[in-house]
Design a protein around this ligand. Structure first.
Ligand code: 5GP
Length: 183
């Protein structure tokens, strides 16, 4: 789906398909260089990271394994609490593996900081994070992220894997959702 197909639901286009593609290629070149000669395990966080994972994996010119985890924050709050529940765990044993967590967006950083600690406790040889988007103004806990795509404003965005009520994940670009959609 194109951003133009739902233009009335969006207030501002932040990233086009081409901008995302170019950035992912740039990040993939760094990853290839950093993991040359290593067998890398990409860990995608469902569901938002599906698009980033698919595009990063296909852009890489090195062999990678892929695994998936699904997590959810406890509680009714719309804001992340930092208390995380595993809905689906990895199939892989991380012992001695080079692991790269692939994430869609870092908002407060609470989810990712929990996830990093959880995966670190499983004995990987190395553990790094790639995130396509980061909201610097929303960060509550600093997370050490090696590969960042774009810093974006502190607004609710949709597209390229990011949803509102399960919609808009299949948008090719990323845009700010218009308030009339969720109010
Ligand atoms: P954090 O724990 O960093 O606050 O939350 C991270 C998760 O919240 C992301 O993986 C994503 O699922 C969700 N999230 C944060 N900001 C946005 C946003 O602007 N749009 C959407 N659709 N989801 C977001």
């Amino acid at each position: 789906m194109e951003l133009a197909d739902v233009a009335d639901d969006l207030t501002e286009v932040l990233l086009t398909e081409v901008q995302i593609h170019d950035k992912i290629a740039e990040l993939a070149r760094r990853v290839e260089h950093d993991y040359a000669g290593e067998r890398l395990l990409l860990v995608g966080v469902l569901k938002g990271a599906v698009m980033v994972m698919a595009d990063v994996a296909r852009e890489l010119k090195i062999h990678v394994d892929m695994d998936w985890m699904a997590v959810s924050s406890y509680g009714m709050s719309t804001e992340s609490s930092g208390v995380v529940r595993i809905l689906k765990d990895l199939d892989s044993d991380l012992t001695g593996r080079h692991v790269l967590i692939v994430e869609d967006i870092i908002d407060s950083g609470l989810t990712l900081s929990w996830l990093r600690a959880n995966l670190a406790s499983r004995g990987p040889a190395s553990l790094e994070i790639l995130a396509l988007l980061r909201k610097p103004d929303a960060v509550k806990v600093a997370v050490d992220v090696k590969y960042i795509g774009f810093d974006i404003p502190n607004a609710f965005v949709v597209g390229y894997g990011l949803d509102f009520a399960e919609k808009y994940r299949n948008l090719r670009g990323v845009a700010v959702l218009a308030p009339h959609v969720y109010e």
